[in-house]
Design a protein around this ligand. Structure first.
Ligand SMILES: Cc1cc2nc3c(=O)[nH]c(=O)nc-3n(C[C@H](O)[C@H](O)[C@H](O)COP(=O)(O)OP(=O)(O)OC[C@H]3O[C@@H](n4cnc5c(N)ncnc54)[C@H](O)[C@@H]3O)c2cc1C
Length: 77
């Protein structure tokens, strides 16, 4: 089997999926390069709902505290 030696990885699309993948790859020692076709990223829809599986990933990526500062929890007592 041929070993991977290249460090650069190109990602097409800078949405939440591409951005999170780029961050994970960077933290794993790779050099991700994100190509995004839109000049400006803006909000679409009512807001992103994050469930525990997503918040676990954000915590692993080291950005959960920042996301929580910018968001509001949904509660149902
Ligand atoms: C109208 C609408 C409303 C929504 N509202 C909500 C909501 O209220 N709450 C919620 O939780 N989810 C909502 N969603 C779903 C949510 O937006 C998606 O689940 C989420 O954005 C998917 O993330 P992603 O990174 O996979 O894809 P995307 O966010 O779609 O990101 C893909 C990116 O790739 C870029 N791209 C595509 N092709 C190319 C190319 N050839 N070259 C360069 N760049 C490229 C696009 O410009 C885009 O920025 C909504 C979706 C839509 C369409």
């Amino acid at each position: 089997m041929k070993m991977l030696t290249a460090k650069k990885i190109i990602l097409i699309g800078g949405g939440i999926g591409g951005t999170a993948t780029a961050l994970a790859l960077y933290r794993a020692g790779f050099e991700p390069i994100v190509y995004e076709r839109m000049a400006i990223l803006s909000e679409v829809g009512a807001g992103v709902a994050l469930w525990p599986n997503a918040t676990h990933v954000l915590k692993e990526l080291g950005v959960l505290d920042e996301v929580l500062r910018e968001s509001d929890p949904i509660t149902n007592y």
